[in-house]
Ligand binder design. Structure first.
Ligand SMILES: N[C@@H](CCC(=O)N[C@@H](CS)C(=O)NCC(=O)O)C(=O)O
Length: 299
């Protein structure tokens, strides 16, 4: 299997990667957002509001064209960049384009159609501006969100915060069985990550139990291909990581995580149709290289 299996099943909309910088626009660290239509960009295929997700209106899940809606992304702030005018009433999401935790929150913002409400502030973590720790987020990590004169962090808290505090389609269920399962899956995401990444240096089979856990979880609700049936915060929490696991394991270990796991295979196909996710994806080669440096370099 090649990388193409991580691409969307929809042949009409090939997977593209975000343009992080625009040649035609001079940035000097200004935020440049293209205008989005008022409807939300959720998917290139129609996603219906389903039982268990009652808070939002079905109208939020309108089908949209997938081309021509690419957000033009600003370049990352570095140690020589002036800070944005923090605490001026604007809402800002501080991210790194490469960080999977930040990607969770970025996807949530996109899927809820909040591109104009929440400004992206990309930080270059290798050349971090000192003002980020001093003025914005003392933990000095990404993601963080500046909203209503305060700054909050932690990706799993942030995706719930954005979902509950902002408009847009609801991404969390409201029926008890789905809520309980969502909480379990969210709380397990850290252990799944630990178990998969600890297999990178050893035997690939050590990660099998984690992928089997995902496969079993995807079988629980039959009314859709996602963890809770319908697309939700759980998919958002796992997507940036599964994206990296699949690419890295295929490249380095020649291990196809979807082999014998039809639910996971279908999930990957479906998640790649979610426009708000597609826009956050990195170049696969860069992801593999960064994982190689991070997990294979001997210390
Ligand atoms: N538990 C945090 C983890 C965030 C995190 O580790 N972010 C990394 C980048 S992927 C970071 O900011 N690292 C900078 C540092 O640790 O100094 C979350 O879920 O938001």
């Amino acid at each position: 299997m090649s990388y193409s299996s991580f691409t969307t099943a929809s042949s009409s909309s090939p997977l593209t990667y975000p343009r992080k910088f625009s040649d035609s626009i001079s940035f000097s660290n200004k935020f440049v957002l293209i205008r989005f239509p008022k409807t939300h960009i959720l998917s290139s295929t129609k996603i219906q509001q389903k039982p268990g997700f009652g808070r939002s209106k079905a109208a939020h899940f309108t089908t949209m064209a997938t081309t021509g809606n690419q957000e033009v992304l600003p370049p990352a702030f570095t140690s020589t960049s002036d800070p944005p005018p923090v605490f001026d009433g604007n809402t800002r999401l501080y991210i790194s384009y490469q960080c999977p935790y930040a990607q969770r929150v970025w996807i949530t913002r996109n899927v809820k159609g909040l591109q104009e409400k929440i400004q992206l502030v990309p930080i270059d973590l290798k050349d971090r501006p000192s003002w980020y720790k001093e003025k914005v987020y003392p933990d000095n990590k990404v993601p963080s969100l500046e909203h209503n004169n305060k700054v909050i962090g932690e990706s799993l808290d942030l995706i719930k915060y954005i979902d509950s505090q902002f408009k847009g389609p609801s991404l969390f269920p409201d029926d008890p069985a789905r809520i309980e399962f969502a909480e379990e899956l969210l709380s397990q995401s850290g252990s799944v990550h630990k178990s998969v990444t600890s297999s990178f240096k050893g035997e690939v089979e050590e990660s099998g139990a984690a992928f089997d856990y995902i496969e079993t979880a995807l079988s629980k609700f039959e009314d859709g291909p996602f963890f809770l049936g319908q697309f939700s915060l759980v998919d958002i929490a796992y997507a940036p990581f599964i994206e990296r696991y699949q690419l890295f394991l295929l490249d380095v270990k020649k291990y196809d995580i979807t082999e014998g796991r039809p639910k996971l295979k279908a999930w990957i196909e479906e998640i790649n149709k979610i426009e708000g996710y597609r826009q956050t994806r990195n170049d696969p080669k860069e992801l593999v290289e960064s994982y190689k440096k991070r997990f294979l370099v001997q210390v």
